[in-house]
Write a protein that binds this ligand. Structure first.
Ligand code: IMP
Ligand code: MG
Length: 193
């Protein structure tokens, strides 16, 4: 996937020395979200699907995805923390906010922003499987398979990307950049050339 032009500091809230390069443009995201939603609509034809967004990163993907699904839907959110403030995972997953309602007997799609090491999703799959959903699937906007530590994969994946730290469309760096409409690679002056 070709990276686009470099965005300059200021326009997207980047601080001095931070560089943002567009990796996936908003139009490509929009198109792919529609395709994923169509696939879900076909797979669960005539049934209800219950989407569970993993806060906070998945909130924008989920909001767009659910509006493109042509089925009866319901949504809930769960929050976990696996990352510190920066780019590196602590490797520890903690449940910060549980679901509001039972998922027993439901067609559940766990919606994530990105599958990275797989620690978060494998923890969540373990926790949610115990609650006896009818079906439990994973939808992720992005997948970085080269970083995987756990053997998990998404059932619905938007884009497979290289091992780069990305922000935008819900993904953050220390809570910043979630509002970017494109997915961008973030490089920091002290970490990368
Ligand atoms: P995993 O447990 O390592 O798979 O990490 C999943 C979580 O880490 C995601 O839900 C994101 O919140 C965060 N994450 C992983 N890679 C990135 C990235 O490139 N940018 C921003 N957040 C990331
Ligand atoms: Mg996340």
């Amino acid at each position: 996937m070709a990276a686009g032009p470099v965005r300059t500091a200021g326009r997207a809230g980047a601080n001095r020395g931070e560089k943002l390069k567009v990796l996936i443009r908003r139009a490509a995201i929009q198109k792919r979200v529609r395709e994923v939603a169509l696939q879900i609509t076909r797979d669960f034809s005539g049934e209800r699907v219950h989407l569970i967004g993993v806060l906070k990163g998945a909130c924008i993907f989920l909001s767009d995805l659910v509006r493109e699904i042509d089925l009866e839907t319901s949504i809930d959110f769960i929050a976990v923390s696996s990352y510190g403030k920066g780019k590196e995972s602590t490797g520890q997953v903690r449940l910060l906010k549980d679901l509001d309602s039972s998922i027993a007997g439901l067609n559940v799609i766990l919606v994530e922003d990105i599958l990275d090491t797989g620690l978060t999703i494998s923890y969540l799959l373990r926790v949610l499987e115990q609650r006896k959903p009818k079906v439990l699937r994973v939808a992720a906007l992005l997948d970085k398979p080269s970083r995987r530590l756990k053997d998990v994969q998404g059932d619905y994946v938007g884009f497979t990307i290289p091992n780069e730290f990305v922000v935008g469309y819900g993904l953050d760096y220390s809570e910043r950049f979630r509002n970017l409409k494109d997915v961008c690679v973030l490089s920091l002056p002290n970490l990368q050339p």
